[in-house]
Design a protein around this ligand. Structure first.
Ligand code: PGA
Length: 274
């Protein structure tokens, strides 16, 4: 697992957007061989979505042959609710780019049979022969998608009960009223994410520092589900300086030394523009 540390939120978001853009451009996706992206919601990826939208507006990248699978959705709130993840993605990304509607995949949090809905989602991912690049965030409790502490590290898409810590954290989007935060969500499993060909996790701010310590410096542990990525063939955690606050100085130095020379954000896109 790689760790890439950027100075602040803006440089982290730029790095992520350029990396994603480069991956799509390099794959040369076509109608019958699209690039398949797994996508997160939350506050962390907003900067990345903004910069990807800028790259689209500048004509650097197109999403015409990109297929997306969002990683999770709340159960029981209307799909046009301001906090539904479908609406979040529409407002913050999809409405501003050229992705065809039929290429966008979501879990339906109002499906009459949630288990069947989760099976359908796994089959839909399989029908594209898996996900090329799964992007994600990390919860303050170390969760990956809504795979809360104690989730099976081989889990597939299913219904999950949200942890108290997650509901408190997400209540900032629900008038700071935890009673308005749904109790359940549909989420891809840790195993679903582990099957992706590549995974990139974004972590921003001091509130993620405790989770990063467990995930990076300790072993694979179901209480910090992002730690499963230690066993992924191609996983990267991208963070800002504040998120490294609980790592040892030696760990941060080590990863910075390993990655610094060849991953300058400005060089990422240059390599495909030429
Ligand atoms: P955040 O959420 O980006 O809003 O911090 C991340 C997550 O819970 O996975």
């Amino acid at each position: 697992m790689r760790l890439i540390v950027q100075k602040d939120y803006e440089t982290m978001s730029t790095w992520a957007a350029y990396y994603v853009a480069r991956a799509i451009i390099k794959a040369e996706p076509k109608q019958n061989s699209p690039f398949v992206l797994g996508l997160p919601t939350g506050s962390t990826p907003l900067g990345m979505y903004r910069i990807l939208t800028d790259l689209y507006n500048q004509g650097v990248i197109s999403f015409r042959h990109v297929v997306t699978f969002n990683m999770d959705e709340y159960v029981g709130i209307p799909s046009d609710h301001p906090q539904s993840y479908r609406r979040f993605m529409q407002d913050n990304f999809f409405s501003s780019i050229d992705i065809p509607k039929e290429n966008i995949n979501f879990l339906d949090g109002n499906a009459p049979d949630p288990d069947e809905e989760c099976r359908r989602y796994e089959q839909a991912i399989d029908s594209y022969e898996g996900i090329d690049l799964f992007l994600g965030g990390i919860g303050t409790d170390g969760h990956l998608a809504f795979n809360e502490p104690g989730s099976s590290l081989t889990s597939r898409t299913r219904v999950k009960t949200l942890a108290e810590e997650t509901r408190v954290s997400n209540s900032r989007f629900f008038d700071h009223d935890i009673s308005k935060v749904p109790q359940y969500a549909l989420t891809v499993g840790v195993g679903t994410i582990m099957d992706a060909r590549e995974v990139l996790i974004l972590a921003y701010g001091h509130s993620k520092a405790r989770a990063l310590k467990h995930v990076i410096e300790e072993g694979v542990n179901h209480m910090w589900t992002v730690s499963a990525l230690q066993q992924h063939r191609r996983a990267t955690i991208l963070c800002d300086e504040d998120a490294t606050d609980e790592l040892t100085v030696g760990t941060v130095k080590y990863f910075k030394q390993m990655e610094a020379p060849n991953l300058d954000p400005d060089k990422l896109l240059d390599s495909v523009r030429r």
